[in-house]
Design a protein around this ligand. Structure first.
Ligand code: ADP
Ligand code: MG
Length: 296
């Protein structure tokens, strides 16, 4: 089997232990698919915007960071990124995701962009009250950028929304309808190369917690998904142009009521491996290999 050499780009600053074990899973899985990569932190490959990558160019870059400017600079220099810079940018900003999914006709919870708040200005909770007139209380307030549920909030009334908005400050955010039947649970579907590889149902850490992120203490069980759930996950990844993705789906009262909540371009893999007994990194690597070969 011909070996392809590539780079794994990871964030320079954010390196908790669980990320180091994730990088090892990626490296081991790559070797199995005949891909070999060297790992670089995002400060180790300084590139002049508009310059061409030096030969020998890596055959692929597995870009496990959210540094959109670096990703775009690398693509402009002629490198082939997985996921692409544009796809990561769309997935990393929950408002961009909502716009793309809605434009593609994919159901999402009703979402209203919160007004931009310039540095030094103070947010006005009237905006939340107006949104809640349409979406109802409690109101989900989400920062457009965030992970592990840490920047997702639930406001029961205007006073709580005011406190949340003060905390969010100038970060961009959105108001969203609370999908009550999905409180404390959701589906995480892993999609690679246009196929749903596996899925798990996640449950929140406590009965009073509405967020089901594993990173926030949630638990998970493997789950067979319905054709609708599979279609939504695959369509959501395709709408954002992602080669691989972790798609969060909220569950309404009936099996037909499903909403794409969020799409992750760099999903955590360990909980999926532990829960589903499937290693999506292997699928990711074979997908990359087939893409490199078809581009040759
Ligand atoms: N509109 C909503 N209604 C009900 N629960 C929600 C809603 N939005 C998010 N959640 C819950 O909060 C969790 C985190 O939200 P998500 O948008 O996926 O952000 P993060 O990037 O932090 O994971 C979801 O997995 C889900 O359990
Ligand atoms: Mg999520």
């Amino acid at each position: 089997m011909e070996i392809y050499n590539g780079w794994l780009i990871v964030n320079s600053y954010y390196n908790p232990a669980k990320f180091n074990s994730l990088y090892r899973v990626l490296e081991d899985s790559a070797e199995k698919a005949g891909l070999h990569f060297s790992k670089w932190t995002s400060d180790q490959r300084p590139t002049i915007v508009g310059s061409q990558a030096k030969e020998p160019k890596p055959s692929f870059v597995l870009f496990w960071d959210k540094d959109i400017q670096l990703a775009k600079t690398m693509e402009l220099s002629g490198l082939h990124l997985f996921n692409s810079a544009n796809a990561i940018a769309l997935a990393d900003d929950k408002m961009e995701t909502a716009l793309k999914l809605a434009a593609a006709g994919i159901p999402i919870p009703d979402t209203i962009p919160a007004p931009t708040c310039f540095p030094g200005c103070k947010r006005n909770p009237d905006s939340a009250e107006r949104a809640a007139k349409i979406l109802g209380w409690p109101l989900v307030i989400k920062e457009n950028k965030g992970s592990f549920g840490a920047q997702v909030y639930l406001a029961k009334d205007k006073a709580e929304a005011a406190r949340i908005l003060t905390h969010i400050g100038e970060h961009d955010c959105q108001f969203q309808r609370f999908i009550r039947d999905s409180s404390g649970k959701d589906l995480r579907v892993t999609v690679v190369g246009g196929k749903a590889i596996c899925a798990m149902e996640r449950h929140a850490a406590s009965p009073t917690e509405f967020r089901s992120n594993i990173g926030a203490g949630g638990t998970a069980t493997a789950r067979v998904i319905s054709p609708l759930e599979e279609k939504l996950a695959v369509d959501a990844a395709a709408a954002l142009g992602l080669d691989f993705a972790g798609v969060d789906i909220l569950m309404g009262r009936t099996p037909e009521e499903r909403y794409v909540c969020e799409v992750n371009s760099n999903p955590q893999l360990q909980s999926t491996i532990d829960t589903c007994g499937i290693n999506p990194a292997t699928n990711i690597m074979w997908h990359i290999r087939s893409q490199i070969k078809s581009a040759e």
